[in-house]
Design a protein around this ligand. Structure first.
Ligand code: HEC
Length: 136
């Protein structure tokens, strides 16, 4: 028997720790995406209007349709290549989230979903209104 594996070398320990962290991160990335509790009750400060939704639709066409699809079903042309599927905005799961949670996710992104912090805040709230307009 090769006695060198007992006790394990520092290198072996480091490799094991790295492997466990990588696996943990991979499992975490597949898990449900939950916005922090403080985001939940933030109200949409932008008054609802058709104009806001129409403007947001233009932003969506430029920025979101490649992944989320023309109808927000999560079936854009880039979706197939992604390891995590883009959300279907019309789904009960997405519609069940509060405006504050959707705003937080649009702002921060996760994995292949880019953060949209660089868009003005009122435009991000407009995007939330647009997603709401798709409710079945
Ligand atoms: C490069 C592809 C890509 C683009 C572009 C993109 N998204 Fe996403 N989006 C994703 C993916 C992938 C997820 C799922 C992420 C996850 O679950 O970890 C997602 C999730 C979301 C969610 C979360 C839904 C939920 O309830 O969990 C919202 C909201 C969203 N996107 C809005 C947008 C908006 C608005 C835009 C455009 C401004 C946009 N996305 C652009 C890929 C994209």
């Amino acid at each position: 028997m090769n006695a060198r594996w007992f006790p394990p070398t520092r290198g072996a320990v480091a490799v094991t720790v790295t492997a466990v962290l990588a696996l943990g991160t991979a499992v975490w990335a597949q898990g449900k995406w939950v916005a922090p509790p403080e985001a939940k009750n933030v109200k949409n400060p932008v008054a609802k209007s058709d104009k806001v939704v129409a403007d947001a639709k233009k932003t969506v066409e430029t920025n979101c349709v490649p992944c989320h699809g023309p109808k927000g079903l999560g079936d854009g042309p880039a979706a197939a290549a992604l390891p995590v599927k883009p959300a279907n905005w019309t789904s009960a799961a997405v519609q069940a989230e509060t405006d504050g949670e959707l705003f937080w996710k649009i702002t921060n992104g996760r994995g292949p979903m880019p953060p949209w912090k660089h868009l003005p805040e009122k435009d991000r709230w407009g995007l939330v209104q647009y997603i709401r307009s798709l409710k079945k």
